[in-house]
Design a protein around this ligand. Structure first.
Ligand code: SAM
Length: 451
């Protein structure tokens, strides 16, 4: 705490009081690609208040049980701490979002920043969401699947692997692993793990992560750096190092005085933004944007022809499941057919040449002689055709589906059918004579009963 004295916006008494108070702030960010006109937000609809720096964020008057809100499982919103939503300002104020961009979210799990980026980027932009820790990739995949965008790749690589994609990205988001002091209010357990030695280790790791990915940022490209730490060593000192050793210019952001974050500057004059929970409704955060000076423009690679395309006839079979207005590139990977916005097909072999690609675009399904066996990802994707048979469920039936329980069988349609709640898809069922098979993914099912 003593090390924070003198930092802009730090008020020891107020800071201690808010940490002792134990109040919890809950906020969600709605998925603009899944808004159903006229539909509310289910269990979280009452008493919403806007997060002032976000186009999509709302505070909730109390924390509901999200598990028992079917819309949560449909990807209608993401439960995100409000300070983190400021990424939107850092991106909008530094980058022209109307043109196609290549964006890397380098430290992406569980996907809070990636889902926000997906809401902000144009549909012909590419988002590469990367998580180096293998056992954290599945939660990133799950959240990205629920969000439903098709223009993303998920990778699991060490930051240094991206260094080989020279000048490729227009924006790199580094939401760095840190000592976590900004989350002490929400996670009191984290206090025990904090130590000056750990701050030092985090500082070194943050430098290494930035240095490793730096070659892949193009000249004039933007890096958005954030931590949930209050330590100067992980924040202002890192900005100074970026400016001095990596050659970048700081971007000053416009921040309304009503929002409550404090502008700070390191020795180099690089601007950063500090979020203290006693000054605003959100947890501790530090964020800054810097523009690279140096490097070059990306020279398109000649790598091509690595997509294993289905036959014309198979493409026709698949295309009836997908929105017709979207020009798509289809490809096989192992047993599955994937769909990718056509403009991104050329990016796949480029990224694949350096990275371990967990997924590119949307897995659509498996083609058998008789039919397409659809993937769950297709049901949740914004690519899906609105003309497919669908069954609207009550909240009780939706929870039954999400628990993967048996479903009633009095439904006239036969075959693959979408189940919906509040106008949004939850997944697939297959209606057979006298029986309904529930295809909700086993590993995602709700295990508890509603209290
Ligand atoms: N951006 C995420 C979000 O908004 O949901 C949160 C990211 S969290 C602050 C930092 C992430 O960095 C963790 O998922 C962690 O696994 C990952 N990480 C840990 N060590 C790393 C390293 N050496 N290089 C890159 N990422 C690392």
């Amino acid at each position: 705490m003593t090390s924070l004295e003198g930092l802009p916006g730090f008020d020891r008494a107020a800071f201690e009081k808010v940490h002792a108070g134990g109040a919890q702030v809950t906020s969600i960010r709605v998925n603009s690609a899944k808004r159903v006109p006229g539909a509310g937000l289910g269990v979280v609809a009452e008493g919403l208040r806007r997060v002032p720096w976000s186009s999509f964020g709302y505070y909730l008057p109390k924390r509901p049980s999200f598990t028992f809100d079917p819309l949560f499982h449909a990807g209608a919103y993401y439960v995100q701490e409000a300070s983190s939503m400021f990424l939107e300002q850092a991106l909008r104020q530094t980058t022209d979002l109307s043109r196609p961009l290549r964006v890397l979210d380098l430290c992406a799990a569980p996907g809070g920043k990636s889902t926000l980026l997906q809401s902000l980027l144009s549909s012909d932009s590419l988002l590469v969401s990367n998580e180096v820790i293998r056992n954290r990739v599945h939660i990133l995949e799950e959240n990205m699947t629920k969000w439903g965008g098709a223009n993303s790749f998920i990778t699991s690589n060490d930051p240094k692997d991206f260094g080989r994609l020279e000048n490729y990205f227009d924006v790199i988001v580094v939401d760095a692993p840190c000592s976590g002091s900004g989350l002490f209010r929400r996670e009191p357990e984290a206090v025990k793990e904090w130590s000056p030695d750990n701050v030092r280790l985090c500082h070194q790791r943050q430098q290494r992560i930035l240095a490793d990915c730096w070659p892949s940022l193009r000249n004039d490209g933007v890096v958005i750096y954030s931590t949930c730490s209050y330590s100067r060593a992980e924040n202002e000192d890192i900005l100074d190092w970026i400016v001095e050793d990596l050659a970048a210019e700081s971007c000053r952001l416009e921040v309304s005085p009503d929002w409550g974050m404090a502008e700070t500057a390191g020795r180099s004059g690089a601007y950063g933004y500090r979020f203290y929970p006693d000054k605003l409704d959100g947890e501790g955060l530090f964020i800054a944007a810097l523009r690279k000076k140096g490097g070059g423009a990306y020279v398109a690679s000649r790598k091509k022809g690595m997509l294993d395309r289905p036959s014309k006839k198979d493409e026709e079979r698949i295309s009836s499941w997908v929105r017709p207005e979207m020009p798509m590139a289809y490809f096989h990977h192992q047993d599955l057919i994937y769909g990718l916005p056509a403009g991104l097909a050329a990016e796949l072999p480029v990224v694949q040449s350096c990275c371990y690609l967990k997924r590119a675009g949307v897995p659509l399904g498996q083609l058998s002689v008789k039919e397409l066996i659809p993937e769950h990802d297709l049901a949740l994707s914004t690519l899906i055709s609105p003309k497919l048979p669908a069954l609207s469920l009550s909240r009780e039936q939706a929870l039954q589906y999400l628990r993967k329980d048996e479903m009633g069988s009095d439904y006239a349609n036969r075959g693959w059918t979408l189940v919906q709640y509040g106008g949004l898809n939850l997944g697939w069922i297959k209606v057979l004579p006298g029986r309904i098979n529930n295809y909700y993914p086993k590993e995602w099912r709700i295990l508890r009963r509603e209290p």
